[in-house]
Ligand binder design. Structure first.
Ligand code: AHG
Ligand code: MN
Ligand code: MN
Length: 342
């Protein structure tokens, strides 16, 4: 008898994918399960964020006698802890930690992957009840198994990512992850505490009508970016214009909207910060990978984000990411002004 149950959990989905690869060890499924578990724990705390004044502020002691940590430190510890206790990850890099952490124990030294993450993205939005996220990037280590992982394992270009994902803590909580086989989205069903496949095989529309950028810095952007933004506003109705501006200040949420509905997100360099604000390894690279796997594109204004050779854990990069045709159009403006400067 075949039971007709349509909904697949994250675990069931990753295990089914495994079956198609007889040589696969299951370590990636196990890693995604670890990330999912940490995400559920973070989700519970994010949902209680408004109660912080009642339950205790950062730095105080809560009812169980534990220190109440800032949510981004809490999230960092959950993701790091889940990966350290798992069997798939040899070390991590995090926005919240100055340096890479090499787990260096017998199980971890034999693990296949290293993970880079931004434990809470858009954390400035916590206090005002706006969606926030987690972003992660997974690389197969290049150092030999059986030894502690090394810096080189983390400093690989984004095109070497095996998987990348994000969690969005929003009106519902979702985990989206991509491998070279495509991008899939899972929504947390709170009644069973499981991420369930809700957005199979995500395809980023080739074009859309959202553009997401911080307009406050308009006069700090270079001429090409300014011209493109102006073109978004002046786009004739016959070409689907003017585009709608949407910028929430949580990149995960902005990119998620644009990935599903079609649009472009930009965090360009500014006169005072030529490399912008976002970090290459745990913000730009994973989102670039996911969006590309869904048919979109991502550049730093000069080259494909995924082809940049990283040098440091916390290095910054400008980011332009989204629907393919909108990216092409942006690039024409950037090219025009770059050429005019020479
Ligand atoms: P984080 O909370 O991890 O520091 O990242 C916030 C990022 C990103 O999510 C968002 O799009 C951007 O910062 C907003 O920056 P501006 O306020 O400069 O636009
Ligand atoms: Mn961030
Ligand atoms: Mn962060």
């Amino acid at each position: 008898m075949v039971v007709n149950r349509k909904i697949l959990t994250l675990d069931e989905f990753t295990i089914q994918q495994l079956r198609q690869f007889p040589t696969a060890t299951g370590e990636l499924s196990s890693l995604l399960r670890d990330m999912g578990l940490a995400a559920k724990r973070v989700n519970v705390e994010v949902n209680k964020a408004g109660l912080v004044d009642i339950l205790g502020d950062a730095g105080s002691i809560n009812v169980q006698g534990e220190d109440v940590k800032k949510l981004d430190i809490f999230a960092n510890n959950q993701f790091m802890g889940a990966l350290q206790h798992g069997i798939s990850c040899a070390g991590i890099g995090s926005e919240e930690l100055e340096d890479f952490v090499i787990f260096d124990d017998e199980v971890s030294n034999n693990s296949k992957y290293v993970v880079l993450f931004d434990p809470l993205d858009g954390s400035g939005n916590i206090d005002v009840n706006i969606s926030i996220g987690t972003i992660f990037s997974v690389f197969r280590r290049v150092s030999p198994k059986g030894t502690p992982c090394t810096k080189e394992d983390f400093l690989q270009p984004g095109n070497k990512q095996v998987a990348a994902g994000y969690i969005i803590y929003g009106s519902s909580t979702m985990l989206v992850y991509a491998t070279k086989r495509g991008a899939n989205g899972f929504t947390l069903d709170p009644s069973i505490g499981e991420f369930c496949l809700s957005h199979p095989n995500i395809q980023c529309p080739a074009t859309g009508n959202f553009y997401s950028v911080n307009h406050g810095y308009f006069f700090k952007y270079d001429k090409g970016v300014q011209k493109y933004i102006t073109a978004c506003q002046q786009k004739p109705k016959s070409e689907g214009g003017p585009y709608t501006q949407r910028y929430i200040g949580s990149m995960v949420a902005d990119v998620h909207r644009n990935l599903l509905k079609g649009g472009i997100f930009m965090y360009p360099g500014t006169t005072d910060r030529p490399n912008g604000k976002l970090r290459l390894l745990y913000e730009c690279n994973p989102l670039a990978f996911i969006v590309e796997m869904a048919g979109g594109r991502a550049t730093n204004g000069q080259q494909r984000v995924l082809d940049v050779q990283p040098h440091q854990l916390h290095q910054r990069s400008p980011l332009f990411i989204g629907s393919r045709q909108m990216m092409d159009e942006l690039e024409n403006y950037l090219k025009e002004t770059n050429e005019a400067n020479f």
